[in-house]
Design a protein around this ligand. Structure first.
Ligand code: ACO
Length: 331
């Protein structure tokens, strides 16, 4: 707990999905795959794809607007905007700056954060610290990705997994000391960076014709190895949340997991002894939207009325870096 004794409340959530949907059957026509393989290995049926004119900030802006509206916060009053993304509009300036311009939040500081699929948990943690320290009182955190633009559409091992989207949350200081973010937990292991990365595109290997010809600017993943680390690390981090907060078996009302693979989600639910009715699953219709996945699933659960006032919610994510983390929130 910070010296101020303030607890950060999520006052609103929002999300945005581009209109175009790509089903597994569409992918069958593009690469050597089947709906049956994708569904049985990952739980994914379809994913959304941004229109050619849409960049990450456009998706982030829509999600941010939704969250601000639910929170009843005027963009002009925002103190800070953090966008978690691994697919920014440009390598500079920040995607958060474009969101700021789009929504007219001219008083706010704005920056991007890169922790791959764990980005939203990292952004939520930083936003929480700014609120609890008393520095800021209105923070917009967004996870947004246009991953379909960074995929090798000839590589069936990766192109079937990812989708585009954005999710957002507005953070404010709580008034009753009970509701809000109770704990956050962040981890990273850079020694396994090359299990999941894009080799070219920035300073290690700038974009060249050769890099593009070899598709080195697209997502490369050693899926099987990532899978095993994900299951282990997520099990550890949920244990950490349980220990840190002295939780019993019935203390978690909902799990909002990173939506990469239904089998990884089920493994975490089993670890927590949670029935699947208490797990928010959107991977079937969103695919893996990286930093957008947790806030997208959260917004779906909040707007559908599944997550209600008083519920205790565990958010977790795992991704490139490798990075992983969790947040425990009382709604
Ligand atoms: N269609 C048909 N067959 C395929 C496909 C496909 N789309 N993709 C792979 N295969 C084949 C492989 O070639 C392999 O064939 P082989 O046995 O003849 O060699 C076979 O299917 C099995 O491949 P595996 O890699 O062992 O399949 P696995 O069951 O591990 O599933 C998957 C692969 C879905 C990628 C899984 O490993 C996974 O979900 N990994 C974790 C992903 C993740 O969590 N990433 C982190 C977040 S992402 C981020 O941070 C950006």
């Amino acid at each position: 707990m910070a010296a101020t004794g303030i607890r950060t409340v999520i006052a609103g959530t929002g999300s945005y999905l581009p209109e175009k949907v790509i089903t597994n059957f569409d992918l069958e026509k593009m690469v050597d795959t089947t709906d049956e393989w994708i569904l049985s290995r990952t739980g994914i049926r379809e994913r959304h794809m941004a229109a050619p004119e849409q960049a990450t900030s456009d998706l982030a802006t829509e999600a941010g607007r939704g969250a601000l509206e639910m929170a009843g916060v005027d963009p002009a009053d925002l103190d800070l905007i953090i966008v978690a993304t691994l697919t920014p509009d440009h390598y500079f300036p920040s995607t958060a700056g474009f969101v700021q311009r789009n929504i007219g939040a001219m008083k706010a500081a704005a920056f991007d954060l890169e922790a791959a699929c764990t980005g939203f948990i990292y952004a939520l943690t930083i936003g929480d610290l700014f609120i609890r320290s008393g520095t800021y009182s209105k923070v917009l955190v967004i996870g947004a990705e246009v991953l379909t633009r960074f995929l090798n559409w000839e590589d069936r091992e990766t192109c079937v997994l990812f989708g585009d989207g954005a999710g957002a949350a507005v953070l404010v200081p709580g008034s009753d000391g009970k509701k809000g973010i109770i704990s956050t937990h962040l981890h990273s292991d850079g020694s396994m960076a090359e299990l999941l990365y894009a080799p070219a595109g920035v300073s290690r290997m700038p974009i060249t014709k050769e890099a593009i010809d070899q598709k080195l600017n697209t997502v490369k993943m050693r899926g099987n190895e990532v899978f095993k680390v994900a299951v282990t690390r997520l099990s550890e981090v949920v244990d950490e949340v349980i220990q840190a907060n002295g939780l019993g078996e019935d203390d978690i009302d909902f799990l909002v997991p990173h939506q990469a693979n239904l089998r990884i989600i089920q493994a975490t639910a089993r670890k927590l002894k949670l029935p699947m009715e208490k797990v928010i699953v959107t991977v079937d219709v969103h695919g893996n939207t990286s930093a957008a996945s947790v806030p997208l699933a959260l917004d779906v659960a909040v707007r559908s009325g599944r997550i209600k006032e008083g519920d205790q919610v565990l958010l977790e994510a795992f991704g490139g870096g490798l990075t992983w983390g969790a947040a425990f929130v009382r709604w």
